[in-house]
Write a protein that binds this ligand. Structure first.
Ligand code: LLP
Length: 420
């Protein structure tokens, strides 16, 4: 028995030997478990509800298929994500298409592919979609994205629900014009409303405040237009465990009180409660992923700081640089040795900001050892770049102690393949 780090029944050192470094390793079992949890604590608990996975967190054909098999739909935010979802065989009826600036081409693609729901972000998009749907003889299902005007306690770059946001309609705008426009269109099936308050939340307050605002808005809209929605989408945002954060949140911690408010409201009005949709992204995949790196140079600078330089960094995980995100790290071969060194794990880019982890506790490491950064399943692979012409890592999927290559490593040839 080796003392190597194990991940869902696989020896991580063996994985890098076979598939190379750096390496994204994703646990299919964990993704499926999270989907099943969403199903048991939300979809099966409350009638007329559904979940769509916010695939921007990590979209590959294989992950699209896994979540579809688990009875979860797909939230997409671009033509590229629609294209891949369709290629993966996702039922278009289960796709929800988001975006604050959808292009003409993307809307056309969504209509051609009969994407089930388009989340309309603003008046100009509403007009464009109405025109395009008429031209193409389609009647897409739409919901309107509302900016509920609540602040969520998360990094400002991933907070979306505040009034001064690039996303969605202001509530007053919905009351004054947008509802009437959408109701009058014979080319749009106006099903209801959407909001999303922010990401990586460990507090349900902003969800609850947003629900109150949206329900108040519904009262006004019903009085003014007699309109009652058939769908309400309360977005995603459920938090996971990064270094220094609490444990992964429970979906029921957010959705039980949300459902209580919504159910109570519709019990009072006597109208049927609309279908409730949620859009977890990070929560489904974050903890299912680790990134394995090989240690290159190890050095201590004049200020006394010891750097462990690794063969990846900003190109495969820009989150520390962008959001000051904090990660936990483990030694792969020296997993069981004392974590008695305080070191800074530096990425390989020519960029001082490319530091994966400041002051990490690790065993004494040397060139050729491997480390694994935890909780990298969300917004790492999907946000990866080729900065410094660094090829993107491969993705390996593990399940029940077996591994298979899901996405091959980029090659240097891939890097110049589009250059004419
Ligand atoms: N629904 C909508 C409309 C969204 O805008 C988002 C995320 C989600 C659902 C999924 O949120 P989640 O459940 O994953 O928190 N790149 C950033 C995160 C950006 C999130 C954008 N919207 C990061 O790495 O933290």
């Amino acid at each position: 028995m080796s003392n190597n780090m194990m991940f869902y029944g696989c020896d991580v050192a063996e994985l890098v030997k076979e598939y190379g470094s750096p390496l994204y390793v994703m646990s299919e079992d964990d993704i499926r478990e999270r989907c099943r949890e969403v199903k048991s604590v939300f979809i099966d608990k409350y009638p007329n509800t559904r979940a769509v996975y916010a695939s921007k967190a990590f979209q590959t054909l294989e992950i699209c298929r896994i979540v579809q098999q688990e009875g979860i739909g797909l939230d997409v935010v671009s033509g590229g994500e629609i294209f891949a979802a369709i290629r993966a065989g996702v039922n278009p009826a289960d796709i929800v298409f988001h975006g604050n600036t959808k292009t003409y081409g993307e809307l056309k693609l969504a209509l051609e592919e009969n994407v089930g729901t388009i989340v309309v972000d603003n008046l100009s998009e509403l007009a464009l979609l109405d025109e395009l749907a008429a031209e193409m003889g389609k009647v897409p299902g739409i919901v309107m994205r509302i900016t509920p005007g609540v602040d969520s306690h998360t990094h400002e770059f991933i907070s979306t629900g505040q009034e001064d946001s690039k996303f969605g309609f202001a509530i007053q705008e919905v009351i004054d014009f947008a509802t009437e426009k959408a109701m009058k269109s014979s080319h749009l099936d106006f099903r209801g409303f959407h909001f999303h308050v922010g990401s990586q939340l460990h507090d349900n307050m902003s969800h609850l405040m947003a629900v109150d605002k949206v329900l108040d808005m519904l009262t006004v809209i019903k009085e003014k237009y007699g309109y009652v929605p058939r769908e309400l989408n309360t977005g995603g945002g459920f938090g996971v465990h990064y270094a220094g954060d609490p444990e992964r949140t429970h979906v029921s911690y957010f959705m039980d009180p949300v459902m209580e408010k919504i159910d109570a409201y519709f019990a009072k009005t006597g109208d049927p409660r609309p279908m409730i949709t949620i859009e977890p992204g990070r929560w489904i995949v974050a903890e299912a992923g680790i990134t394995v790196y090989e240690v290159g140079s190890v050095k201590t600078n004049a200020a006394g700081r010891t750097y462990i330089g690794v063969d990846g960094g900003f190109p495969d995980n820009p989150r520390p640089a962008l959001y000051d995100a904090k990660y936990e790290v483990k030694a792969v071969e020296k997993y069981d040795e004392p974590y008695d060194q305080v070191v800074t794990v530096a990425g390989k880019c020519c960029e001082s900001g490319d530091i994966l982890i400041w002051d990490a506790e690790l065993p004494k490491l040397e060139r050729g050892d491997h480390i694994a950064v935890l909780c990298t399943g969300a917004y790492n692979y999907s946000m990866a770049s080729n900065y410094n012409r660094v090829p993107r890592p491969a993705v390996v999927m593990v399940s029940e102690g077996k591994a298979h290559l899901s996405v091959r490593r980029e090659t240097y040839e891939d890097l110049i393949a589009r250059e004419l």
